[in-house]
Structures are given as structure tokens and as C-alpha cells.
Ligand binder design. Structure first.
Ligand code: I3S
Length: 128
């Protein structure tokens, strides 16, 4: 049974481990709290899982394990944001609802790939 055998399961674009902190909720600033997060880009959403050790590539499937939170990428904005942290390789994702996340990796190539892939999904949604 391939993941898309029913023709309606959204496509898995990317998955991996990133450092994450939420910095705003509905436009209200939050205190930073960095933690590792298993991040899955599937369909129009970026989905965050808490415990990366217990996750597999198929974890995003409904019924497998419960995501910590999920971000709708429609209308979202992505910016490099190294000025917002002492860490390197930081970008900020802002949703239409005013939720803001920082995502970070020590690995330059990896964070660039994530940036590029998320931006391409945002661009695709804009054209729809
Ligand atoms: O932007 P800030 O406030 O300097 O962010 C740092 C704090 O959140 C800090 O925790 P405390 O609020 O307990 O001081 C975190 O440990 C740091 O990681 C945050 O800064 P970085 O530069 O790592 O994003």
C-alpha cells in the first residue's frame, strides 16, 4: 500500500529534526523555549512532533502518532532571521493567524533545504 494509493493522502515533501521555538501566538509575543522537534512537511502543512526518537517517516499519517502542533502554510511568510537569535541558521515562519516560529539547524545545507522547500510550498499555494 503506497502512501498515496487512495489518491487523497497529501504528499510527504520532507521530514527531519530541527530546533524549534514558538515566539508569537496570534500576534502576541511569547517567551522563547527552544527544543528539538521532528518536523514534517506534508501537503499544505508543517507538522511538529515532540519526541523525535519515537517517530518514523510515516508518523504524520492520521492515527499513527499525535502531532504537537500543525501550521497551515497558506499565506505564511518565511524570512531568514539570524538577528532574532544568537544561534546560526535561523529562519522565522509567520502564519496568517499571527503565530511565529523560529526554526534552526547547525547544518547549513540542511536548513537551506528546509527554507527552499517550505518557500516552494508557500509559492505553490499562492498560485492555486
Ligand atoms: O531572545 P532571547 O530572549 O535572548 O532568547 C533566549 C532566551 O529565551 C533563553 O532563555 P531564558 O528566557 O530562560 O533566558 C534561551 O535559553 C536562549 O536560547 C534564547 O536565545 P537564543 O539566542 O538561543 O535564541
Amino acid at each position: 500500500n503506497s502512501p498515496d494509493s487512495d489518491g487523497c493522502t497529501p504528499e510527504l515533501e520532507k521530514a527531519g529534526l530541527l530546533n524549534k521555538t514558538k515566539i508569537a501566538e496570534g500576534g502576541r509575543k511569547l517567551r522563547k523555549n527552544w527544543s528539538p522537534s521532528w518536523v514534517v512537511l506534508v501537503g499544505n502543512s508543517l507538522v511538529f512532533f515532540k519526541d523525535p526518537k519515537s517517530q518514523t517517516l510515516s508518523s504524520w499519517k492520521p492515527g499513527n502518532s499525535r502531532p504537537e502542533s500543525s501550521v497551515d502554510l497558506r499565506g505564511a511568510q518565511l524570512h531568514w532571521a539570524n538577528e532574532l537569535s544568537s544561534k546560526k541558521n535561523v529562519f522565522k515562519l509567520r502564519t496568517v493567524t499571527g503565530n511565529e516560529f523560529l526554526l534552526q539547524s547547525e547544518t547549513d545545507s540542511l536548513i537551506k533545504e528546509w527554507y527552499k522547500t517550505i518557500q516552494s510550498v508557500i509559492d505553490r499555494l499562492e498560485r492555486e
